[in-house]
Design a protein around this ligand. Structure first.
Ligand SMILES: [Fe+2]
Length: 242
């Protein structure tokens, strides 16, 4: 099973953002993903039009898809466009959950109104209930990262209460196979709660990689992650679409 993860589109009414999205969509289409997930920051301006433009492209794949908001998204406008599909009855939190084949996808809305950081605390009870409802292999996605990236200046705006989130994941036994996020506009791979943890590259321009005061030029084109779930193993592939 192929789960394609797009992130940080930041659609804003300009053709430049949608051209970057279309480059990734064009690359991805022949892969015929089984599931699409979008880990937040779908739009940052011209919201209604931007969400419809993103929706049109997601629906063009003809497969199940799931989205969560990021810190620049507009919850009310996002609910207007996607709410019926995901059963969202109010603007906060915009969580999603669904089962495709043998895999459960859970999208956590960890965004905090008016803030760039996230917070897992308000959605932990909901997550625990979802995980308890059925023992299924589960991939969790969200916008802000609940682990440090080590990138200078990028760990102020993490998802707060990562330890409590890790406890909920650990208490669900082996069901959670991984957690993936966006937000920092760089692909990276680490561990969280003892699981596979990833961050997808952005559709919008990447951020500089600055580690221990050292940095180099930003050269990254838009990209995506392709998570391959097969025979109990999750392998994540990074693809940059130059
Ligand atoms: Fe973000």
């Amino acid at each position: 099973m192929i789960i394609a993860q797009l992130s940080d589109i930041h659609a804003n009414g300009s053709s430049e953002r949608l051209e970057r999205l279309d480059a990734v969509v064009d690359w991805l289409m022949p892969m015929q993903p089984d599931i699409l997930i979008v880990s937040g920051d779908l739009a940052e301006d011209d919201f209604s039009q931007s969400y419809r433009a993103v929706q049109k492209r997601l629906e063009g794949f003809g497969c199940p898809y799931f989205v969560v908001p990021g810190n620049v998204d507009n919850h009310a406008e996002m609910r207007d466009v996607f709410g019926r599909r995901f059963g969202w009855s109010r603007d906060w939190p915009l969580n999603v959950s669904g089962v495709v084949g043998d895999l459960r996808i859970i999208g956590l809305d960890v965004t905090v109104e008016g803030a760039h950081h996230g917070d897992a605390a308000p959605v932990l009870d909901w997550l625990a209930d979802e995980l308890r409802s059925e023992m299924l292999p589960t991939l969790i996605f969200q916008h802000q990262h609940p682990f440090p990236t080590g990138i200078d200046g990028k760990d102020r705006n993490v998802c707060f209460n990562g330890d409590a989130l890790a406890e909920v994941i650990e208490s669900a036994g082996d069901s959670v196979i991984g957690l993936t996020c966006g937000h920092v506009h760089r692909a990276l791979f680490t561990r969280f709660a003892g699981r596979h943890a990833t961050m997808a590259p952005s559709i919008k321009k990447a951020n500089m990689l600055r580690l221990d005061g050292r940095e180099s030029a930003v050269v990254d084109p838009p990209g995506l992650l392709l998570h391959h779930w097969s025979e109990g193993r999750l392998v994540s592939h990074v693809v940059m679409v130059g």
